[in-house]
Design a protein around this ligand. Sequence first.
Ligand code: NAP
Length: 366
Amino acid sequence: MASMMFTDCSSSTAAARLLPLSRSRLRSACTSIFIPRFVGTHPMGTNSLRTILTVHYSSSSSHVIKATMSTESFAKVIDGKAVAEQIRDEITAEVSRMKDAIGVVPGLAVILVGDRKDSATYVRNKKKACDSVGITSFEARLPEDSSEQEVLKFISGYNDDPSVHGILVQLPLPSHMNEQNILNAVSIEKDVDGFHPLNIGRLAMRGRDPLFVPCTPKGCIELLHRYGIDIKGKRAVVIGRSNIVGMPAALLLQSEDATVSIVHSRTKNPENIIKQADIIIAAVGQPNMVRGSWIKPGAVVIDVGINPVEDAKSRRGYRLVGDVCYEEACKVASAITPVPGGVGPMTIAMLLSNTLSSAKRAHNFQ
Ligand code: NAP
């Protein structure tokens, strides 16, 4: 007796309907069907079941002699690309409403110093994103050997320009520049990256609202909200404590009444701490560091990491993976972001959202 296993996605009824098929049709049916069936109360925030149909058939004929069925739980995929698209559509509508009502178009200025290829790509993508939603983009490109004073002059010009509602300095800056001096020079009213110490300070204090929240952590929380995942009272672990992701992500989770632990490079036995989390945000920069066995069954995993790993099969010779071992985690978690296609697209969507809010605030437009 030979056996063959295939997955059916929709339901046990659909699986049962396949039983009378011949062996060749069973083979063709098994290749790619997996449509998750949602369980629970919210269609976006719960995990999916997949029905596994194991078919045993006679090796001498094409007759199916036995079929067994079981279900396995798989994490719901948190689709950052789809959510980011939805947010961009909302922003496009708001930009157009604002333009029609008061004749104001939000503007975002980006300052790029030096010729790092990755930074140039990020800036190009930001410009494209602005164009796609109707936000005006401004760009200052300065050579690598520019002085700090020259950069500060551009920042000051954009601070005073009423058509600019957001200013972004592309990091990292060349090593001869003082990043702190430069970021501090951006007007807090236009700090759409949310990195100004006053914005971070307000984020950390109870009862003080920052004007802007840093885009990547804001995107992580937005994904939880849009998928109906409760934060209040949950135990959350943030892995990483950088100024741009880990630290503000932990502050945001705390402001939403989660009980938060932070794991960093000096943390002893990180897996023991991570295993207690209902919500994990991983922002480490270590490919596949978080294993499936470190995750509490049913936890929600937001993977911020973007790590290139060698892949001879890929045309580019590498592929991108997260900080969490996706293949293992998706069998334990209730919901998880993929890499790519999870947090990444949300970062730019949040930048556009911050720029729109800034323009609305500047013009007192509701
Ligand atoms: P970072 O500034 O290098 O910070 C990494 C953090 O991880 C640090 O706090 C570090 O701890 C901690 N860490 C390093 N190794 C660790 C280990 N073995 N165990 C526990 N903690 C460890 O990186 P980042 O800028 O926050 O970025 C993190 C990842 O997110 C990167 O892969 C980056 O590419 C990605 N990212 C993605 C987006 C997006 O839009 N999706 C945006 C930004 C960043 P210490 O503080 O003790 O050194």
